[in-house]
Each structure stands twice: as C-alpha cells, then as structure tokens.
Design a protein around this ligand. Sequence first.
Ligand code: NAG
Ligand code: NAG
Ligand code: NAG
Ligand code: NAG
Length: 458
Amino acid sequence: MALLYNRNIWSAVLTTNFCHQIKNLWTEIQNSRMAKWSSIVAAVSLTVFMMSVTAATVLPIHRYLKVEDTFISQLYDTSNYGFLQIDNGLARTPQMGWSTWNFFACNINETVIKETADALISTGLASLGYTYVNIDDCWSRSTRNLKGEMIADPKTFPSGIKALADYVHSKGLKLGVYSDAGIFTCQVRPGSLFQEKNDAELWASWGVDYLKYDNCYNLDLPPQKRYPPMRDALNDTGRTIFYALCEWGIDDPAKWAGKIGNSWRTTDDINDTWISMTTIADINNKWASYAGPGGWNDPDMLEVGNGGMNYHEYKGHFSIWALMKAPLIIGCDVRNITADTLKILSNKEVIAVDQDPLGVQGRRVYASGPDGCQQVWAGPLSRNRLAMVLWNRCSKAATIIAKWSVIGLEPSISVSMRDLWKHEVVSENTVGSFSARVNAHGCEMYILTPQRATRSSI
Ligand SMILES: *[C@@H]1O[C@H](CO)[C@@H](O)[C@H](O)[C@H]1NC(C)=O
Ligand SMILES: *[C@@H]1O[C@H](CO)[C@@H](O)[C@H](O)[C@H]1NC(C)=O
Ligand SMILES: *[C@@H]1O[C@H](CO)[C@@H](O)[C@H](O)[C@H]1NC(C)=O
Ligand SMILES: *[C@@H]1O[C@H](CO)[C@@H](O)[C@H](O)[C@H]1NC(C)=O
C-alpha cells in the first residue's frame, strides 16, 4: 500500500499488525503526557489509533517523519500533530454549530436563539452535525448579582440561560456561552478572570456545553496564565464542556494551547470580506502541523451567507475551512437562509473532509500566477486518500494545474478524482497531474483515491 505514494510522505500508511501496537502506544502516550508530542511521535515510529466518534473503528495515521527531503517534510509536516492533549472526550473532529456573533453581534435574545435552534433542525443542518448553538458576547447583565454571580440580561433573556439550555437540549442540540479571560468581555460585560471556579460551576448548573473564552481587558497578564485556570475550573465541574480559546493568535497559541483547550483562535476576528477571509486562511495555514484530534486551529467562524462575498467566494471559504480542519460554526441568520447558502453549508462531502477522523490539517502546497493567486491546497485523509482544493484567488478565471509531485504523490500513480461540488467522479484514472478551469475567486474541491487495481509496482 505504501508504495502507492511518494515514500517520503506516505510511508507506512497501513501496517498489518497495528492493532497489537495500539495498547503499547496508548500506554506510552499516557505515561508521557508531559513530554513533547513530537518526541513521542518520533520515538514510537508510528501507528496511532483513533476512535471514530460513532463506531470504535481504529485507524492508523500516516507517518511523515524522518523524511530526508525538506520540501516534502514541510509539505505535510505533522511533527507537532496534537493528539488528545486535552483529553476531555471532546473535539475528536472539529466542532460544528452556529454562533450569534457574525450576524447578530449584540442584538440577541432568547427568542432568536430558540428560533435558530428550530431552524437548524428544519433546514437539516443539525442532522449534518451542526449541533452547538452558541451565544456569544452580550448575554449577561453588565454587573454581577449580590452573590457575585453572572446573570443573564433580564431584558433579553428573561427566562434565563438554564431555560434556554433546556429548550436547546430538548431539540437534541447543545448550548454554548461566552466569557472572557479578563475582567470584562469585549462588550464590557463581566469577565471571568479570577472568578473561574464560580462561573464554571454556574454554567455547568445551567447545563452549558461549550465555552468560548475571549481575550479583552486581560490586564496584560500572559495568556498561558489566564487560560489554564478555566480549563481546570470546567474540568472540576464534572460536566463535559467544550473549551474554545479565543486568544486571537497573539502569543502563537498553537504552540501551547493544545494542552489547555479544544480549539484556539489563530487570528484576529474575521469579517465578511474577501480580504479578511483570505488573510485569515493564510495565517491559520502556518499552524497546520499543530492541529489534531482533541485540539484544532480556529480561523474563526463562518461568514457564509452574510452577504459580503459572492457565491464563489463563500464556496472557497467553506472548502478551505473544511480542508484546514477548522471548526465549522455557522455565522448567518439560519432562520432566513437562502438556497445558495444552504447548498454550501450542507455539502456533506465537504463536511466529511472537515470531519475526517485522521484529523491532519490540509494546507497550501503550491501557488503560481500573479501574486501566487492560483493555488493548490491539499491534505491527507483517512483510508489513504487525499483532499485537494484548487483555489483561484485571482480576479480572472484561470486553469489551475496540480502536479502529483506538489501534492505528494508519485507521478505514476493513477488516481480516481471525485468532485465534491459536482458530487461525481470526474476521472477514474488520472496520472501525473490534474487541472481544471476555476472561476475568479472560486474553487474546485476533490478527493483523490489511488486506484489499486491499476498499479503495477506491487
Ligand atoms: C430578538 O432579536 C431579533 C434579532 O436581533 C430581533 O429581530 C427581535 O426583534 C428581538 N426580539 C425581541 C423581543 O427583542
Ligand atoms: C478532566 O480531566 C481528566 C484528565 O484529562 C479527564 O480524564 C476527564 O475526562 C476530564 N473531565 C471532564 C469532565 O472534562
Ligand atoms: C476586515 O478585515 C480586514 C483584513 O483583516 C481589515 O483590513 C479590515 O479593516 C476589516 N474590516 C472591518 C470593518 O473590520
Ligand atoms: C432575509 O434575507 C433577505 C436576503 O436574503 C433580506 O433581504 C431580508 O431582509 C431578510 N429578512 C429578515 C427578516 O431578516
């Protein structure tokens, strides 16, 4: 099997005896939790198992390490691959859901959140995996009560957050809240710095399932001091709560946040423009080697459907976020969603790339044309497959070519190409390279499956 691929990248794709190695490896991981993951990986030389979310299937990870060729090793470097560094049972694949912020900002109330929960169900988005219903900033009153507790804003959330959590849970969905690793939130509501334990206990008592933890009014204390106390406070509640760090990428959280949270923002806030989305994609791309099951790079929530970009641009936004194993948190008004927006957000095949159990972040592997605007992004998937996006960031339509050498395949490999937007196999046996005409600011996305039947070398 390994011979199908360029050895430097795809060696040891499957081993026959990996089941026997799992127990030993798992013990090693448990025993060396404080050790650098990279050294574990290098030492164990490697078959990591992963439990998929639904079935207890056991999967191997590709081994990319000890490669001689520098270009190739940088291509899909997984030397920092984070694997269950924070082991709270969550984020085996990137989180999916919806958040109030990108569309509503502070204009929120319990009605709009209930209606959105209903809409996630009626549109079918919930059944595709979008299950977190996250309230961002502005849910709480601007002062704590006499007991020092945060309380929901009585004007906008008169029934309180517990009632809302009960409602959301009754739909089979999960509820998220927001706070800040500072003395105030960005919209100047109470922050949780130094109050982690009480706040976490309160949220847990309400039935909260997710916390986004922001970075405003942080007294210039280092994030490595401000974020761990909330991890421990959440853990101490005994309730399983997803912990999403929102440190804006300032202190390179990819390097340290894997042991603290289930995801960490790598950039400043996204906004609904092409320049913001592409800039953020490029920054998030730099940290690709650090993502993995349990903890993900977060290039911020989706703007798909908010009106500032066209259909092609949103399709690229969604495709690249999925290739990068980004959290897929919808940011539009789901109650009033258009057919085009729904078509993008409910593309099952693209979602499956994001949720692939191998959990290796795809990345930009090639750029040509003016300012490098004709780009090839790719990444490994489970079952020896590869995901690829041809992303045309030029202002004119262009033909983008992906040579096998740039995506890490041996030139002679014959590949079946499935187009994830046309939903069909567009070629059964492509060899050496693949090219497609791509709209201005558009993309095409594929899964490449090497054709075992046609290989001659094994
Ligand atoms: C709740 O919020 C939505 C969205 O901002 C708004 O349209 C609606 O008028 C609000 N409802 C109430 C009762 O304030
Ligand atoms: C708390 O942390 C421990 C150690 O990582 C983990 O095993 C446990 O599942 C966590 N509990 C919760 C509720 O997150
Ligand atoms: C949107 O993001 C871009 C790129 O980061 C930035 O230059 C611009 O100022 C932002 N726009 C707004 C309205 O925040
Ligand atoms: C629904 O969306 C359309 C645009 O797609 C917009 O014109 C309209 O104002 C929206 N309606 C509401 C109630 O937000």
